[in-house]
Design a protein around this ligand. Sequence first.
Ligand code: KG4
Ligand code: ZN
Length: 341
Amino acid sequence: MLVLGLETSCDETGVALYDSERGLLADALFSQIDLHRIYGGVVPELASRDHIKRMLPLIEQVLADAHCKAEAIQGIAYTAGPGLVGALLVGASCAQALAFAWGIPSIGVHHMEGHLLAPMLEETPPQFPFIALLVSGGHTQLVRVDGIGHYRLLGESIDDAAGEAFDKTAKLMGLRYPGGPEIARLAEQGKPGRFVLPKPMTDRPGLQFSFSGLKTATLTAWQKCNAAGDDSEQTRADLAHAFQTAVVETLTIKCQRALEQEGLQNLVIAGGVSANQALRQALQRMLEKRGGQVFYARPEFCTDNGAMIAYAGCQRLLAGQSEGDAIQVRARWPLEELAPL
Ligand code: KG4
Ligand code: ZN
């Protein structure tokens, strides 16, 4: 089955063509980062308007790249939530209009299910069951995955998401948006051990996360240095290193706990923060000791993209699921509400 996937939940317009027999045929992305950067974060109205401009040219581009005619498309998948409602509505309206015009089924995909299944597009995909650590700009969740749609939430952040903590901390330290890649790049030059920041909620049992205190601790340390006349690039790098280390160690401890609790060996990490090299290496070390394996997508499929939506939608369409003609999106949408396959 040949499926067109559309992603517009936030600040990336993603389009892809996935075929259940031949795999991923083409994918294209337009990132709005430059548009939002001067505001230090995503401006929802600007995001929606830009998705409208980019969508049809990107669809034409993937069709051309895949040497494929529109008539060959057998289903359309679009991100139906969670995300920015205006942005989601662009993808949903476009998908529903095309599905109606072409007389083919459509399916609204959960953005985090898309992320969770993105490693399935790689050469060695994970086998069910596994633990998934979903770490994006809006979510930090540990999920037990027994199959597509068989999700049990084990723990999540009670305040900021991991990516949000990277972005906010970067902003406080005067770095550019999005903060994750900026902090990761700076941290490489940082001296380990100069600053030690707390690993939130690791000293008590459970699988919940909290990152807002860590953000404040980083800000306090930065302000103290500034007050003493030190706002050097090296100090910024040392602090970025300490912040990243605290996040990585916290996530690693909770992943290990989740694997032990559920008696599982395999871990999937997904979402923008799963592109972080220090996190990948720390999880790999932890899993080598346990005799397990960590799976993740190629870096461009860790952040938002159309390929993950085309893949997830294709699985659901193949199982006979589809939407009616209504255009419906959800700003919030618990993963556990999804229908199992
Ligand atoms: O999944 P994603 O593209 O969008 C959402 O669904 O939110 O994730 C974006 C988040 C941002 O917070 C960004 O700063 C973070 O992922 N991110 C990273 C890295 N690359 C992106 N965080 C840490 N290290 C990275 N290399
Ligand atoms: Zn995302």
